[in-house]
Design a protein around this ligand. Structure first.
Ligand code: PLP
Length: 390
């Protein structure tokens, strides 16, 4: 951990509890991105890409290692939302088809459900939570019938520490033979995420959050058996070949979900970030993150005027809370003035969950393995002052 801090330039400058927003990049990642920009400036963008071809191809191997899949099941896309969209909008849905999802769903995903429901007559149905606040797997099981064409789950919501039982949902999806799309945007990089153990068919994630990669990077996994059955909603000369005057051939691998032009330096940086996480080990990262977050939850919970808002039986590195005296954005601003970084998560980003709980917004403090116990103490002291109005 001392090593992780030494290798993270931002640790000296800020108390960074905004790892679910964008984590601090390790020096190695920054160096890889910057080196590639310099190479582009020095020898030309196409020439730089050709020279660094092995590193670019290595990103697919790194992602496949991280997720326990094959390299041809990976697409590197500019963010998690567009990765998720490319999978979702490839599904052919029609009147009477049912999409099953959870209370924790992210706004962008739900907006896409609503759009497709409006345009096709498909129905979007939300499975209730169980007593822990996670998706009720037996309710999901009872909802299955031949009209269900997709199960879409958010593994870890944007607004709290809940970890949904992704593998239990996977068993239901597998048994019924229904495609299963997992939004792993907040889980990937902070805990082991194994697509075989989970049993999902499609998975999206971003580079900048717990993976500690550069902004403007994301990835999509699509199981090989499904890739060829999913024609992306948009194609270009990278995703497909113009093979006859009136015909085209879509690529056979998951890169059919990509587009040609991208931020090559960022892509290389993403590969470096993934390798760095694998080197430290996702089990070890998960243990450290969970312990630190639990310590933070306990300490915040002990402060008067502070309410911890996390749901779930299993919880992760995201700690959400509210204070009696100040709104979430005011807490975020007051902390920012002290070089303490958190996010405020508004109701509209996870509307189903927030309105069910009567919450307008929560403060989101998200820890990573490079954060320290001393930072937890300092953070809680700052929150205590704000919460007491001193
Ligand atoms: C942040 C987030 C996203 C979107 O990721 P982008 O890379 O910004 O597109 C998707 N789902 C969840 C749960 C998120 O928290």
């Amino acid at each position: 951990m001392a090593r992780a801090r030494r290798e993270t330039p931002g640790c000296d400058r800020v108390l960074h509890f905004n790892n679910a927003g964008a984590a601090l990049m390790p020096r190695r990642v920054v160096d890889a991105v910057v080196a590639h920009l310099h190479l582009e400036a020095d020898i030309g963008g196409y020439e730089a890409a050709a020279q660094r071809d092995a590193a670019i191809e290595g990103v697919y191997d790194a992602a496949a290692r991280l997720l326990n899949c094959e390299r041809d099941e990976i697409a590197i896309i500019e963010n998690a939302t567009r990765a998720w969209d490319m999978a979702f909008y490839s599904l052919k849905l029609g009147t009477g088809d049912r999409i099953l999802t959870s209370m924790a769903e992210y706004a962008s995903n739900y907006i896409a459900f609503l759009q497709v429901a409006r345009n096709t007559g498909a129905a979007v149905e939300v499975i209730a939570n169980d007593e822990y606040g996670q998706i009720d797997v037996s309710a999901l099981e009872s909802a299955i019938d031949s009209h269900v064409k997709l199960i879409a789950l958010t593994h870890v919501p944007t607004n709290g520490g809940l970890v949904n039982p992704a593998a239990a949902v996977g068993r239901v999806a597998r048994a019924a033979g229904i495609p299963y799309l997992l939004d792993a945007c907040q889980s990937l990089g902070q805990m082991p995420v194994d697509v075989q153990a989970i049993g999902c068919d499609m998975l999206s994630a971003t580079g900048r959050k717990y993976l500690r990669g550069p902004r403007g990077t994301g990835l999509l996994f699509v199981r090989r058996a499904l890739v060829e059955r999913l024609e992306p909603p948009m194609l270009d000369l990278h995703a497909a070949e113009w093979s006859a005057r009136d015909g085209y051939t879509v690529r056979p691998d998951a890169r059919r979900f990509e587009n040609w032009e991208c931020h090559i330096g960022g892509k290389i940086g993403l590969g470096v970030a993934i390798d760095y996480a694998c080197e430290l080990g996702l089990e070890a990262i998960g243990g450290r993150v969970q312990a630190l977050a639990e310590r933070l939850r306990q300490a915040l919970g002990a402060l008067s005027g502070v309410t911890v808002q996390d749901l779930g039986r299993e919880r992760c590195g995201i700690v959400s809370f509210s204070t009696d005296r100040k709104k979430a954005h005011a807490v975020r601003e007051a902390l920012a003035a002290q070089q303490i970084n958190v996010s405020a998560s508004p109701a509209a980003w996870t509307r189903l969950d927030m309105t069910a709980r009567g919450l307008q917004a929560v403060v989101r403090a998200s820890v990573h393995y490079y954060n320290t116990e001393e930072e937890v103490t300092r953070f809680c002291a700052a929150v205590e002052v704000l919460a007491s109005g001193k």
